[in-house]
Design a protein around this ligand. Structure first.
Ligand code: 8ID
Ligand code: ZN
Ligand code: ZN
Length: 350
């Protein structure tokens, strides 16, 4: 089947409006592949990119999307046998990096100063044909369904990395803040697969039902709790609070609360990126309780391999809803209202 000249895409215009239209199919450069995207997850980062609310310049006009699962249909002259036409691959947030700086050499390529970001600094996966650096696409094992695996490519890798960064050990407890959202739902599944005990924090009964289905041992509703710090600590078996806190909410308040309920010597991992927000913790309590506060940003290529391997082994089961690419504005609307339990995946027309 030939590669067409034109394709459908959701384009963010310079005035931030989203227009579904036909555009030319891009051509891969020498070190790139062209991927026929079949499905793409919709991450809250895509909404930040649409709204332009981060202190980081975006390409405009821009095609968003960075949880793309599809098939390689062409590759550049410098791409060897590591990726071949016909193989299933994932296009992630990290579209490419220099591979030569200290961070890249040490496997910290998300920190590369020359990193290209899918759906942010380069066009992403809300189009039929997407270009990505061959070195950075994730191989998707044959037999893995491309719709269900799509959310792993950002949400899955990111929370898996964040859980590793937390240092929490099997048998210990982890609070997941924003547990009913896209990252949070997957964080619960990875945490369980890693032998951790989950306290889910989110709002509303739909998210409560989802968290219980995903295996959380406790659910704290931030919209109903009169004393969130007490309720989170009380949810641990000895009342001393969770060993780790994974912050994947998109509001500032939980980033200010976590230091009050985390266990002494515990670790708070900030992953969510609410606009204009600050982390806050009392110096006294942080010192005398030896609290560790850190950030975690997506994952490197090996984190991707490992997160996909957990998935391929059937350890990560997460519900998702599928809608056509043309319905992307509706997904953003629901996301803005905090009404999405789990993830939406858009089906790309073929
Ligand atoms: O590498 C990274 N650090 C990375 C990677 C991918 C995504 C960071 N992110 C960022 C996104 O840009 C976004 O800011 O993580 C954040 C979460 O992305 P998401 O999971 O895709 O968003 P969502 O599906 O909308 O879920 C957010 C959840 O937070 C809950 C909401 O109810 C929703 O379920 N929430 C909010 I808003 N306030 C809360 C609160 N006070 C809360 N949950 C608990 N307490
Ligand atoms: Zn993302
Ligand atoms: Zn680099």
């Amino acid at each position: 089947m030939g590669i067409p000249e034109k394709q459908w895409a959701q384009v963010i215009e310079p005035d931030n409006s989203l227009v579904y239209k036909q555009i030319p199919v891009p051509k891969p450069g020498p070190d790139e592949v062209l991927v026929n995207i079949k499905y793409s997850g919709v991450c809250h980062t895509d909404l930040h990119a649409r709204n332009g609310d981060w202190p980081l310049d975006r390409k405009l006009p821009l095609i968003g999307g960075h949880e793309g699962a599809g098939v390689v249909v062409a590759k550049g002259s410098l791409v060897g046998d590591e990726v071949n036409v016909g193989e299933n691959v994932g296009v992630k947030w990290l579209n490419g990096s220099c591979l030569a700086c200290e961070f890249c050499q040490k496997g910290d390529e998300p920190l590369c100063a020359h990193a290209e970001l899918s759906g942010y600094t380069v066009d992403g996966t809300f189009q039929q044909y997407c270009v990505a650096k061959a070195a950075h696409v994730s191989k998707i094992p044959k037999g893995v369904a491309l719709d269900a695996v799509a959310p792993i490519l950002c949400a899955g890798i990111t929370v898996y990395k964040g859980l590793k960064e937390s240092g929490a050990r099997p048998g210990q407890s982890v609070a997941i803040v924003g547990a009913g959202g896209g990252l949070g739902a997957l964080a619960q599944q990875y945490a369980k697969a890693m032998g951790l005990r989950v306290i889910a924090i989110d709002g509303g009964d739909e998210k409560k039902a989802l968290c219980e289905q995903l295996g959380a041992e406790a659910y704290v509703d931030f919209t109903k709790s009169k004393d969130l710090v007490h309720d989170v600590q009380a949810a641990t078996s000895d009342g001393l609070g969770p060993h780790a806190v994974i912050l994947v909410a998109v509001s500032e308040l939980p980033f200010q609360q976590a230091a009050s309920y985390v266990r002494s010597r515990g670790t708070i991992v900030a992953i969510g990126l609410p606009a204009n927000a600050y982390l806050k913790a009392p110096v006294f309590g942080t010192v005398v309780r030896m609290i560790n506060i850190k950030g975690s940003y997506v994952g490197n290529r090996q984190d991707g391999v490992e997160a996909l391997d957990f998935y391929a082994r059937g350890l990560i089961k997460c519900p998702f809803k599928t809608v056509p690419l043309s319905d992307l504005p509706k997904v953003y609307e629901l996301m803005e209202q905090g009404k999405i339990a789990g993830r939406y995946v858009v089906e790309i027309p073929q």
